[in-house]
Design a protein around this ligand. Structure first.
Ligand code: SDX
Length: 425
């Protein structure tokens, strides 16, 4: 098969095909408008539209497969450290010992943020959502590092962003708690440093518990990339105008915040709390989720691409058991989540629509057990997704065929009409 045929307005058109390394096929419509004299494709939400070709992440939604640069998520979750996965996604290969040491050293040396940035934190209301702080502070990095404007040293800005985003996130948590910020420590790993900045207090010695370090490593790896999701597409869209890395990633942070995307992990816990407070009548909420007249949706359920169990949710469901057991936490919300999943997966409405738990369904249970407040959950998602966003921005910027993203539309407004003076309106 080398082409697709289209018949439109009495004429036949031959459209080329693009085939990926996993056998996916794209019909090439790049000349459609020109060849047909104006007809375009129409696909609101882009469910059937490829925005690019990419070598970073492969998802088979029907089979529940997720691979970063060819490595299965299950193996990476079990055997890799998050910094290795950052290098893999951004530079295309797992680092050797020397590369890992150098990459980790650079990340450590760039973890501090400019002291003047602390004044931003002082200006925020105590109630400010940490996602608002994160997106603003990440965009502001371009003000503190003006050399980032023309991206002349992309690798330096990538290291700055990976290193400083966790510091900004930790400082925003301390701000929300009314605690003094804790500075990073150069003798800690990436994940240990974040947990240290999050939970240490200046009045006592704090050692990062291994169970928290391992749980965070797993959570960050499972969130690290997911091909052309809403926030990654936002990063590519903004980056396609040649806006700098920091502001493109800030756009991704903002897109992720939405409750239909990364904001869902916070909504899942709020939903489970609501069900518990309503007598744990989870069947009532499954019925509400099915009712078209009821705006309630089962948060953490469903996915545009996965029509099978999200492999990340499977790993997180097991991790929730392991982490809570090791921490000695007995969370009734986990029991409700499991009951809710069981009822939904046996219900025709969910089965017919291939609705399964997604990455957000169990992640919040683990964050809670770790002592991370609900409003920080989407920030945790953003910290995990950072290497994925960066990798896609870099791939797009290094692709010589990249064009500024500028979709077309079908206009449905008024036809031409003369101006009406106010006296006649
Ligand atoms: C993430 O894209 C990614 O890769 C995202 C992500 C990543 O790693 O980047 O995986 C992270 O964003 C996960 C998704 C987190 N969001 C939620 O958990 C919010 C709840 N889920 C949904 O709102 C919904 O499932 C979406 C947004 C995830 C997907 O929406 P789609 O693909 O536009 O699907 P749809 O809304 O058209 O739903 C199809 C049908 C509809 O019913 P019908 O019109 O066919 O009768 O399924 C129903 C929907 O009503 N449906 C749900 C439902 N999700 C879909 N019904 C009840 N509860 C739900 N959660």
């Amino acid at each position: 098969m080398t082409s697709a045929k289209l018949t439109y307005d009495g004429k036949d058109y031959e459209l080329g095909l693009i085939e990926g390394t996993e056998g996916e096929v794209g019909i090439d419509t790049r000349k459609l408008r020109k060849d047909t004299g104006g007809a375009i494709t129409y696909d609101p939400g882009y469910g059937n539209t490829g925005s690019c070709s990419s070598a970073i992440t492969f998802i088979d939604g029907e089979k529940g497969i997720l691979r970063y640069r060819g490595y299965g998520i299950e193996e990476l979750a079990e055997k890799a450290r998050f910094v290795e996965v950052c290098h893999l996604l951004i530079y295309g290969s797992l680092p050797n010992e020397q590369q890992l040491e150098e990459f980790s050293r650079r990340l450590t040396l760039h973890t501090l943020i400019h002291e003047d940035m602390k004044k931003f934190f002082e200006g925020y209301a105590a109630s400010a959502h940490p996602m608002a702080i994160l997106s603003t502070m990440v965009a502001s990095l371009s003000a503190y590092y003006p050399d980032s404007a023309d991206d002349h040293d992309i690798d330096l800005n990538i290291v700055r962003l990976l290193a400083k985003a966790k510091t900004i996130a930790a400082f925003s948590y301390k701000k929300s708690m009314g605690h003094p910020v804790i500075y990073p420590s150069n003798d800690l790993s990436y994940t240990q440093n974040f947990l240290h900045m999050l939970f240490a207090l200046p009045v006592e010695e704090y050692r990062v518990p291994t169970v928290l370090d391992e749980a965070l490593n797993l959570l960050l790896i499972l969130h690290a990339d997911h091909e052309q999701n809403c926030s990654t597409s936002a990063v590519r869209m903004v980056g396609s105008s040649q806006a700098n890395l920091f502001v493109a990633i800030s756009a991704g942070i903002n897109a992720l915040w939405g409750p239909l995307h990364g904001g869902a992990n916070q909504k899942v816990i709020e939903m489970l709390r609501g069900i518990r407070n309503d007598g744990s009548d989870y069947k009532k909420y499954v019925a509400k989720a099915k009712d078209k007249d009821d705006p309630f949706r089962l948060m953490g359920f469903g996915h545009r691409v996965y029509k099978n169990y999200d492999p990340r949710a499977r790993l997180l469901k097991k991790a929730a058991d392991d982490v809570l057991a090791e921490l000695g936490v007995d969370d009734p919300l986990l029991d409700i989540a499991r009951e809710l999943e069981q009822v939904a997966l046996e219900d025709g409405y969910f089965v017919e629509r291939n609705l399964y738990p997604n990455v957000d369904f169990y992640s919040g249970i683990i964050y809670r057990a770790m002592g991370i407040p609900t409003e920080m959950f989407t920030v945790m998602f953003a910290l995990g997704r950072l290497p994925g966003w960066i990798a896609h921005w870099k791939e797009m910027r290094e692709d010589p065929t990249t064009r500024i993203h500028r979709p077309r539309q079908i206009y449905t407004g008024e036809n031409s009409r003369p101006f009406v003076p106010i006296s006649e309106r």
